[in-house]
Write a protein that binds this ligand. Structure first.
Ligand code: CS2
Ligand code: MN
Length: 356
């Protein structure tokens, strides 16, 4: 495995590359062109400039998170081919620059959903949290406004204001899309992009739906092992793989995380490893990575990754905000650096024990 950190790019991320470079063991970043809207082509020159910037800091680009998929593709509207053509052009441009991992998601309208961006914990740190009653009490458009307000000016990943200004139209697009239709639209998209992925050896890594159930009545399919199997079988190509995000699958306690990992050998191309703390079945908050701080056993998760021979990038995910840091919610430096060190420590111990 390679330990990495997510980096949103100069001008967007509060954390500069040189600080990431100083976290022991971190050799790469997972990055993006953050100003690109879903449906826009990523030009070769922009990709090259981004790569050169990362390399000048002594790191390398381990993968992209995310090249977002346009709603026309997810909803399967008549103009989807135009957007798939553009997606293919972007993949080609990435492949030519020697980038071989792309994380994306297939969630209608909203990306990850939280009801609080800064819940205060007993130690004074703040974390993102989710409460089902709070979601049930608001309308989708209010959700976006509330997130935006809490973010205090930061642009939230997957919550592009330009796109979400049209929440009602977006919901209309999905009026006739149920889970079956969404599966079908995903299959259509994957079948069209697989040739370019094979040509440039690009591993597509679908990110789970977060939380792993339907919100606001929208269809959601990347939620459990059964659906993952279905997705991989319907387009049976090793380039059609997954991002194993512990925090997202873990929102549903029925998902046994180590067991899921063991069921996916060769198909996990990227891992997000973090912890959640459940306060009740309807309420969880994002804990520190350490097992004892939350509800997951991070040792067992890392052990399962090790046992299946996982060799892709891992990154800590959504950190707490600690030590007075001001940053994009979930993406400060300090707690993610602690997370990276902890995960590297677990890996070293597992690896050495495995040799005995
Ligand atoms: C989330 C998502 O995993 C995460 O950190 O913040 O925004 C994720 O990056 C996307 O869903 C992947 O496309
Ligand atoms: Mn994730």
């Amino acid at each position: 495995m390679e330990m990495t950190l997510r980096w949103f790019g100069n001008g967007f991320d509060t954390v500069p590359l040189w600080k990431i470079r100083q976290i022991p063991g971190v050799t790469g970043v997972i990055t993006t062109l953050y100003d690109k809207e879903p449906g826009e082509v990523w030009e070769a020159a922009r990709i090259r400039a981004m790569k050169e910037e990362v390399e000048a800091a002594g790191l390398h680009v381990s993968g992209i998170e995310s090249v977002n998929v346009h709603d026309a593709i997810k909803a399967g509207t008549p103009d989807r081919d135009l957007y798939i053509d553009r997606y293919i052009e972007t993949l080609e441009n990435l492949g030519k620059e020697d980038i071989h991992l792309v994380c994306y998601n297939f969630m209608p309208v909203f990306d990850w959903t939280r009801t609080e961006l800064a819940r205060v914990r007993p130690d004074g740190s703040t974390v993102m949290a989710y409460n089902q009653q709070a979601v049930d009490a608001i309308r989708p458009s209010e959700m976006f406004d509330a997130m935006q307000k809490d973010a205090g000016g930061a642009r939230l990943a997957g919550w592009e204001p330009e796109r979400l200004a049209h929440t009602r139209e977006l919901f209309d697009m999905y009026r006739d899309v149920d889970n079956e239709k969404l599966f079908e639209n995903l299959r259509y998209f994957l079948e069209r992009i697989m040739p370019v992925c094979s040509e440039y050896d690009i591993r597509m890594a679908i990110h789970p739906d977060d939380p792993a159930w339907s919100v606001f009545g929208l269809p959601r399919i990347i939620t459990n092992i059964g659906n993952l199997r279905r997705m991989m079988e319907m387009v049976d190509d090793p380039h059609n793989g997954v991002t194993f995000c512990a925090g997202s699958y873990g929102t549903n306690p029925e998902n046994d995380l180590p067991e899921m990992i063991r069921a996916l050998p060769g198909r996990i191309h990227f891992a997000h490893v973090r912890n959640l703390k459940f306060n009740s079945p309807d309420d969880f908050e994002e804990a520190a990575h350490l097992s004892s701080d939350g509800s997951f056993d991070l040792y067992e998760i890392m052990k399962a990754l090790y046992d299946i021979g996982f060799d892709g990038p891992i990154r800590p995910d959504h950190g707490r905000m600690i030590w007075g840091e001001q940053a994009m919610p979930g993406y400060g430096l300090y707690d993610r650096a602690l997370g990276a060190m902890y995960l590297s420590g677990l890996w070293e111990a597992i690896e050495k024990a495995g040799r005995e």
